[in-house]
Design a protein around this ligand. Structure first.
Ligand code: HEC
Length: 158
């Protein structure tokens, strides 16, 4: 999607204002979505999925197993209005922390970075309550997929 390639620079600049480590670097990581697709569970926006080196097992999808500490998964987002106006959406982040970080979230830290560079919330940190709902949904696949939901098959990079 051409729009996306052009937009990525703007998204990156917007999220980077947060100073969040993932926000600053995710756009150079391998991308596991072929193109932007609509995610109903993330505000009905277009999204794409990235994983850092430690999280490369993401590319094995259902066979990924348990992710090592240091894994970071990032999902950027944007919306397109009826008139074709594109607006940046939040950056959704999952980071696998050391064992014992937070049993309730399967040791994942969820963070939501807004397009103005503010952090809406981060597990066990500022605004933790704002990202509780992330855990509530993702934990449903904790036993089989280590809380990782995976993208629809037709958009996967293989
Ligand atoms: C109602 C369920 C639901 C909620 C709430 C939710 N997610 Fe997700 N998440 C999903 C689904 C389903 C996928 C994979 C499919 C897709 O992209 O829509 C996903 C994918 C992701 C991914 C890519 C890694 C993966 O699991 O495949 C990240 C990162 C992510 N979500 C972060 C978040 C964060 C951060 C929040 C909270 C701010 C959040 N999610 C809230 C359901 C949810």
């Amino acid at each position: 999607m051409k729009v996306y390639d052009c937009l990525l620079k703007d998204l990156k600049a917007a999220y980077a204002k947060s100073g969040n480590k993932v926000a600053v670097s995710y756009s150079s990581w391998p991308r596991y979505s072929k193109r932007a697709y609509v995610s109903d569970t993330h505000g009905g926006r277009f999204v794409q999925n990235y994983a850092n080196k430690k999280g490369r097992a993401y590319g094995a999808f259902e066979n990924a197993g348990t992710f090592p500490a240091g894994t970071a998964l990032a999902k950027d987002s944007f919306a397109v209005s009826g008139k074709g106006k594109v607006t940046a959406g939040p950056l959704f982040i999952m980071e696998k922390m050391r064992a014992g970080f937070n049993s309730e979230s399967g040791d994942w830290r969820y963070t939501m970075v807004m397009p103005n560079g503010s952090v809406f919330g981060t597990t066990k940190g500022k605004g933790a309550g704002n990202v509780e709902f992330c855990i509530g949904c993702h934990i449903s696949v904790a036993p089989d997929q280590d809380s990782v939901m995976l993208l629809p098959e037709e958009y996967r990079v293989r």
